[in-house]
Design a protein around this ligand. Structure first.
Ligand SMILES: *Cc1c(COP(=O)(O)O)cnc(C)c1O
Length: 382
């Protein structure tokens, strides 16, 4: 049975060689724009591609303001600061995520609280958040506190896992009711829409990543999305060393950060963005092919996009029957030239976060024993 799978994947990608999980693809104006940076010497913090990349992503996503960063991780760090997360605050998030979400919370000295995910989205469960808050939280002076720890619960960070949108409108509603700031970790979900609205435009601030394995890449890079233009302007200021504009004087009015994406990375991003829709269509077609193929395999379930959403299918997911089958699947495929991997080790199992509060994480634990990511690169179907 597993040989049928590796054969199918080799055939799908038209190769007998190793099939990676997600490889970047450069088929457009990448070289042209990079050469332009080199020819004009504008490779660093000055140049037209930064503004252009920000404007084009704003137009594509519908965000009011966009600020590019050096990485998705520092975009998340900045997002936490901008919504006012402070040392010893608590931040509600999922344990089923990439480490960067929790690192960003930790940079500030705040504490993640891990709430369960929904099986149908793989992302933070509105219902679980509501149940946990009703049991553990109270509101005093328009501020939400954890009754057990007395710490302020300042923010909530859902993640659109593998590009599949969470029920973000329900989460937004709950956050509003409990006076909690909503930050979307949309690192994986460029090109994914929920109820026809782009992911990352529901929260007060959101972060996207352009790391080499994401749907489009700038080499390394990230981006902040805002609905609030003033907050976006503040972000631009803080990510560029908080320098007060002046022709020659270097005056800074805040502790700033060197988080600005260089022009050469933005140039790559502009070229990649020109093909984003094509890539997403291609990835959705791959998902369709997987879905048909796995429909004939009773022991393996292909994970399809949740209701009301259009997913970019960044990384395709299959669910195995149990942990033993998951391990067998991983071993066979990786032994036979097909790269697959389980979901990231759950955050609550890592040394740095194992003392953090959780709600039991029933679905999270269930999914961690079953999820396997399978190759998902753009195939360039004709
Ligand atoms: C990729 C990713 C990030 C961070 O991105 P970098 O650009 O690599 O710093 C953050 N969160 C999630 C969920 C990611 O997948």
């Amino acid at each position: 049975m597993y040989s049928d799978i590796t054969n199918f994947i080799h055939q799908l990608y038209g190769t007998d060689d190793f099939v990676p999980l997600h490889a970047p693809l450069f088929i457009g104006n990448e070289k042209k724009y990079l050469n332009e940076c080199i020819d004009t010497t504008f490779v660093s913090s000055v140049g037209k591609f930064v503004d252009r990349f920000e404007e084009e992503i704003a137009a594509y996503t519908g965000a009011k303001k966009v600020v590019v960063c050096v990485s998705g991780t520092n975009a998340l760090h900045m997002a936490m600061m901008l919504v006012g997360v402070e040392r010893d605050d608590e931040v509600l998030t999922q344990a089923l995520t990439f480490i960067a979400t929790c690192n960003a919370i930790s940079y500030i000295g705040a504490h993640p609280v891990f709430i369960d995910v929904d099986k149908e989205t793989l992302g933070l469960s509105p219902n679980a958040v509501k149940v946990w808050l009703q049991k553990n939280a109270e509101i005093k002076n328009n501020t939400c506190y954890n009754k057990n720890t007395s710490r302020r619960i300042k923010a909530c960070v859902p993640m659109h896992t593998f590009g599949h949108p969470v029920k973000i409108d329900e989460l937004a509603e709950i956050c509003k009711e409990w006076h909690i700031e909503l930050v979307e970790d949309a690192a994986e979900s460029l090109g994914s829409f929920y109820k026809r609205q782009h992911t990352g435009t529901f929260g007060r601030v959101s972060a996207i990543s352009f790391n080499g394995n994401k749907t489009i890449t700038t080499g390394g890079g990230g981006m902040l999305l805002f609905q609030d233009e003033e907050l976006g302007k503040l972000a631009k200021h803080l990510t560029t060393q908080a320098k007060v504009p002046h022709r020659w004087a270097f005056i800074h009015d805040h502790i700033g950060y060197n988080y600005r994406m260089p022009n050469i990375n933005a140039a790559l991003g502009c070229a990649q963005l020109e093909n984003l829709e094509r890539y997403v269509e291609d990835k959705r077609n791959t998902a369709e092919r997987y879905k048909e193929f796995f429909a004939n395999m009773p022991d393996i379930t292909f994970f399809s996009e949740p209701a009301d959403s259009r997913s970019n299918y960044w990384l395709n997911v299959v669910l195995l029957d149990d942990k033993a089958s998951q391990q067998e699947f991983l071993e066979y495929t990786n032994d036979h030239g097909v790269m697959t991997r389980p979901v990231w080790e759950l955050m609550n199992r890592l040394d740095m976060f194992k003392h953090c509060e959780t709600d039991g994480l029933k679905n999270t634990e269930w999914l961690a024993d079953r999820i396997v990511n399978i190759p998902s690169s753009v195939r360039l179907i004709k």
